[in-house]
Design a protein. Sequence first.
Length: 732
Amino acid sequence: MKIYHHGSNCTFDIQLFTTTQSVSWNSLANKVIIGKQTLQPISTETELKVLKIFYLLKRKNDVRQSEFDIKELVSSFPLNEDVLSIYDQATGCNLLQFAIINGNKDLALSLLRWHCRHDYKLCSPPVHLAASRGELTILQHLLNNGMDSNFSAGICYPNPHQPVAYTKWLWLLDQPVYKCNMNQLLPIYWAIASDRVSCFTLLLNHMIAKGEISPKMVDLLHFACRRGASKCISKILCKNPSIVNSMDVNKDTPLLLAVVWGRVCSKTLIDFGADVKIVSSIGETALHRLYCNDVDGLFTIFDTTKYLLTTGVEQLINCKNNNGETPLHVLVSHVSYIGGSLTHPDKVLSKRSRPQLQPDYQNQVVQTLELLLKFNADPRSQNKHGLHPLGKLMHIALKSCLPEYEQCQCVRLSISSTYSYKNDYDHLCSALKVLLHLGSDLNKSCLEGHTPLFLMMQCLLKDNIENLCKQSIEIINIIHLLLKNGAKTQKFCHGGSTILAKIAARFFTISENNSSIFGDTRQKFSSLVNCLLETFLKNGLNPNFVTDRKSQHLQGGSGNSLIEFVRLTEMAGIPEDFIEIHTWLKTLFAWSANPDLEPYPSEPIICHSQSSIFLKKQDTQAVSHYIHEVKDMDNIFQDGNAQELLMLFYNTMSHNILYNCLNTARFMSHFHPIGATGKSFLQILNSLAENPRSLKQNARVAIYKSIDRNLVEKVPQLPLPTLLKNYLIEIY
């Protein structure tokens, strides 16, 4: 341990001292000298004694012996030396401050003789520190020995007195800013800030008795309400009950200031007659204030709401503030919120970290949502930006995924950017369930036309991939909940297939450079995409979108699920990528995707032979798109994955349409990349086109057509052996 001398850079090592003199704490405390004579600089011998006292105070073993040694060391201090000029390097405190912090009354009282003549700076003066720590006996002796209680100072503890920021002085020099410079208060305010009611009472009586200029009681009450000091609030109102509804300079009543600190403060004020129906200058009720998420009082949202709804504030449950927001609008902004400390000052010692508190906090938010709605909060009310509570909830969810430059106006205005969010899809799902069950309009869009389902899909496009993978089950639950409750997919381009393909395309952006668990993340995200496909298809997504609008060859087909996912092959970087595309296409085939369809009419292309020029109609089935996408890729056939994907179409398409597509592809193909097992791409096409399928394969396709290709739901109902059913479903 090292100690530094105030005003110098000198440090000294510990040396052990022995004395033969025995002394009691009482005799030391009775030697207090009151005077203003200047103390001499501390000698090296005395400084080492102070250092040893710091060491003994920090030593946990043999407390009795340490206390005895400290008494002897203090008794040997010269009265004319400034023993309080030595500061502990770890805490930045001198011996008296250290004794106050550790509640060592005997040592603190014995050091008062030097304190009266020590020149303190504005950081953590003993009277302010004692008031803040609730050391009543020490504070009493400090006041009795002439300590000034009518000046403001700051406290850096529990941090050392070190700069926390720098500001420019005369636009040139960096001026250090200390924590104690930023929040300078009178001792009585420090007592209130820590809710030390006995110290508060002592200081108040002392200031009144000495005729010092003291703050008005109404100012003390407002400060106590801002700090959640329920005991001090009660003490003040016991003496002055008439000020319970007094307003501060911002026209806020004590209840509006204190409600964020929970049920105890609210009940204390209401028991003294606080009017719960008074609103702030910007139209906020006590419920609005309770749900403000720019304060630390987030720890009792549910209990406080439950209490307030029995006091008359329930009559204002749909009251709007100046932004047109009801308490329900403000409350939904707590879902996935990760700011705030969540702990009351009295509970700091529980040492529970912010992430440990998050689940309980989020559960309270969901419970409170349900409680408000049961008290007839209107889930369809709109704020001035055209957002109803469910819409605001989903806009905030999207905002948490987007950098500011990508945010459209409705997303940007949904919540202030100063608040921190990380999407918690589990509690987001719970909040949606409550809102939907109690009357929210699922298809209500904002002023820019965004529905909740659209916003959720945008989250899947923009949120961190690893975060999506970790919460994949919860995400699927949200999508299923929205679709089951009637969310319309018409708001998407062509019913949803396009945006699903865009989400799937994110799979190919996962690389070893941006994922610490490359392989596992790829597998989980692929599974998430597959589950999304299944969920949409189960809930009515049409995979067979067609249009009569002509397009250039291979340029159309947007919205047709098979074509959208086949086009992902152009993003494949390694042969293994085709395994995932194969899985997604297989899911589409199992849920009624029809490979026989021509999703759009293609404009004919000009062809020529040795003797003629002619127009040739091009096929636009998904298999034609696939052949076009892969014919230029030289090395993708080495593992057979690309060929297996081609076999999906071979095993599901009608006879005439399949062979027409294969023959057209043979005719148009001029490229011969090296393929699997030494075959060229053209050889593979020739092999498929020239060898007819077996009767078993053709029968399978006939069965597919007879059940409208709905394999998942209808194959299990067929009167066939299990082995044959598996053959139909697995498409091998």
